[in-house]
Design a protein around this ligand. Structure first.
Ligand code: GLU
Length: 514
C-alpha cells in the first residue's frame, strides 16, 4: 500500500483515547511514544477524544486523561484544551463529517445499509453454527442472506429509510483482496480481506464507529504516523480499505502497532486485576470509576516521580541499543526511534519500576527533590517546616525509593513517634542501662549539642563511666528516638530533633520501662 512521502511534510501524530476509564500503563506509553516521535521530528502531537461509543462513556474520564498527561509532562500541542486548526478534537462534535463520508461510501458501493434486527442477527449466527461454521460473522459468506441494501431492491430500501427503520451502515469488504502494509515495528504485514467481517461504520444512533471515525479524522487532521496498541492490528485491513475507498490512499499515515504490556510472568496482557492481585498500580493516577465507585491506585499517589515513571515506560519495549537505562526526557526525544520498539510484548516488572524511581531520587538535585517530597510530607503534617524538611530529606534520602517513603523514614523528625519496638529494649534491659539513660537525658536536656560528633563522643564517655559499652546502648537509643529499628545515624537524628526533644523522648520510654 502506498504511504505518503514525509520528506517535506511536517510530522503529525495523535493519541486518541476513548474516555472510558482511567489511563493505564499501556495508554501512557502510547502517549509517550507519540510525544517522543513528534518532538524528535519537530512535529505536532495531537490529542483527540474518541467518544463516539456513548454506552462506554464515563463521566470525568476526559478530564482525568488531561490531568494524567499534565502530571507526566506530556502536553499535547493540539487538543480540546489547547485548540488548534483541525478541531473540533472531540469526535462527538464531528458527527456531520462522518455522515458525509458514510454517504460517500454508500454512493460508491463500498458500504451498504443493513436493517437486520438483533433477533435476525442472532438467528443467522445460530443457523451457521448449526451448519458447521463455529464463528459465523457478517461477511461475504453471509451478507447476501441478510436484510440489507445488497439484497433488497432500491424501492424497498427507500421505503425502509422513509419509514425510519433503524439501520447501520456496513463496509463491504472485498474478499478477493490481500492487503500488505509496512508497519514501522513489524515490517510487512499481510491481511486476507476474505477473513474480515463487514464492520459497522455508522451505528443506528447516527454515530460513527471507531473504524470510520479514526480514518476520517486521521485524514482530516493530516496525521502522518498512527501509533496504537497491537489489539488494533486485526482492524487494520478495514481501515486501509477505507483509506482507499475514500480516495485518500496516497495520504495514509504510516502505521506502528505497539506491543502489549504483559504481566510480570509474561503470561498475557497486564490488567487492572493483576495490579490489584500483585499489589502494584497500573494506572498513572488514582482513579475511581464513577459507575462502580471502585477505586484503583495510581503511580502518582504511590510516590513515583513523573520523569522516572515516563523513563520506565519508555524502556518497556524500547532501548537505544547501548544498555543505557536512565534517560532524561530530552535525551529520550533525541534517541527515540519507533523502529527500535520490539515486536514482542514487554513484561512489566514493578520492582524495576521502583528501581527507576530510586535512581531518580538518588541523583536528583536537592531543590527539585524538596519540591517533589514536600506535598507528600505536608499531606501528613501540614506544619512541616521547610528548613527542617530539607535536612530530613538529605538524611533519609538514601533509604527512599518512593516519595511516600520520605514520611515513613522521617516522620519522627516532625512528630513524637509511637514506640513499636519496646520489647526489643526490654529484652536486654538492666538497672545500669536505666541509670545511664537517665543521666544521658539529663545531659541532653541541659546541652543543646551543636553537632552529632560531639554528642557521640560525650555519649561514649558517659557510657564508660557507667561501665557500659556504647554498642549495647545504640539500639535502645534509636528505638527511644524513632520508635523502631530504622532510620539514619542515631546521633544525626538526635542533632536534628535537638537535645531537649531527645531528653523528652528518652524519659518517656524510661517511664514505659519502669
Ligand atoms: N480510541 C482508540 C482506543 O482507545 C484509539 C485507537 C487508535 O489510536 O487508533 O484504543
Amino acid at each position: 500500500m502506498g504511504c505518503r512521502n514525509f520528506g517535506a511534510m511536517k510530522v503529525r501524530v495523535r493519541f486518541a483515547p476513548s474516555p472510558t476509564g482511567g489511563l493505564h500503563l499501556g495508554g501512557v506509553r502510547t502517549v509517550l511514544y507519540n510525544y517522543l516521535f513528534a518532538k524528535k521530528h519537530g512535529g505536532t502531537f495531537i490529542l483527540r477524544i474518541e467518544d463516539t461509543d456513548r454506552n462506554r462513556f464515563v463521566e470525568g474520564a476526559e478530564e482525568y486523561i488531561f490531568s494524567c498527561l499534565e502530571w507526566c509532562g506530556l502536553i499535547p500541542d493540539e487538543s480540546t484544551i489547547a485548540g488548534g486548526n483541525y478541531g473540533p478534537y472531540r469526535q462527538s462534535e464531528r458527527k456531520p463529517l462522518y455522515l458525509e463520508y458514510a454517504q460517500k461510501l454508500l454512493d460508491s458501493g463500498h458500504a451498504y445499509y443493513a436493517f437486520d434486527t438483533t433477533e435476525e442477527l442472532e438467528a443467522m449466527r445460530e443457523h451457521y453454527k448449526a451448519n458447521g461454521y463455529p464463528n459465523p460473522q457478517y461477511d461475504h459468506n453471509t451478507r447476501m442472506k441478510m436484510r440489507n441494501s445488497l439484497t433488497l431492491t432500491k424501492p424497498e430500501v427507500q421505503k425502509l429509510l422513509d419509514d425510519q427503520t433503524p439501520y447501520v451502515v456496513r463496509i463491504k469488504m472485498d474478499p478477493n483482496v490481500l492487503l500488505t502494509i509496512t508497519d514501522m515495528i513489524r515490517g510487512e504485514v499481510t491481511f486476507d480481506c476474505a477473513l474480515v467481517d463487514d464492520k459497522v461504520l455508522l451505528k443506528a444512533d447516527g454515530m460513527p464507529t471507531y473504524h470510520l471515525a479514526v480514518v476520517v479524522d486521521d485524514y482530516l487532521m493530516e496525521i502522518t504516523h498512527a501509533f496504537r496498541g497491537e489489539e488494533w492490528l486485526p482492524s487494520a485491513p478495514v481501515h486501509i480499505l477505507l483509506w482507499e475507498y475514500l480516495g485518500w490512499k496516497h495520504q495514509m499515515p504510516q502505521w506502528a502497532h505497539l506491543p502489549l504490556i504483559l504481566k510480570p510472568d509474561g503470561n498475557g496482557k497486564l490488567s487492572k486485576r493483576d495490579g490489584e492481585r500483585l499489589g502494584f498500580p497500573v494506572f498513572a493516577m488514582n482513579w475511581t470509576d464513577p459507575r462502580t465507585g471502585e477505586a484503583a491506585r495510581g503511580f502518582r499517589e504511590l510516590g513515583f516521580i513523573p520523569a522516572a515513571f515516563t523513563n520506565m515506560l519508555a524502556m518497556l519495549g524500547w532501548n537505544d541499543g547501548t544498555g543505557k537505562e536512565i534517560f532524561t526526557t530530552e535525551e529520550l526525544c533525541e534517541r527515540f526511534s519507533i523502529e527500535r520498539v520490539h515486536k514482542g510484548g514487554a513484561k512489566f516488572d514493578y520492582e524495576k519500576a521502583k528501581w527507576f524511581n530510586n535512581q531518580y531520587i538518588q541523583q536528583m538535585d536537592a531543590d527539585k527533590l524538596f519540591e517533589l517530597v514536600k506535598p507528600f510530607v505536608v499531606a501528613k503534617f501540614p506544619n512541616a517546616e521547610d528548613t527542617l524538611l530539607r535536612r530530613v530529606i538529605a538524611l533519609v534520602k538514601d533509604r527512599c525509593t518512593l516519595l511516600t517513603d520520605f514520611w515513613e523514614q522521617g516522620h519522627f523528625f516532625f512528630t513524637t513517634p509511637e514506640v513499636t519496638e519496646l520489647q526489643a529494649i526490654r529484652e536486654k534491659w538492666s538497672p545500669a542501662k536505666a541509670a545511664f539513660f537517665a543521666a544521658w537525658a539529663e545531659a541532653c536536656h541541659k546541652n543543646d549539642y551543636p553537632d552529632a560528633h560531639q554528642m557521640e563522643a560525650d555519649f561514649a564517655a558517659l557510657a564508660a563511666t557507667h561501665q557500659l559499652k556504647k554498642g549495647e546502648l545504640m539500639l535502645p537509643l534509636r528505638i527511644m528516638l524513632v520508635g523502631g529499628k530504622f532510620g539514619p545515624g542515631v546521633f544525626h537524628i538526635s542533632e536534628l530533633i535537638g537535645g531537649y526533644e531527645t531528653s523528652v523522648r528518652i524519659r518517656a520510654v524510661l517511664e514505659l520501662l519502669s
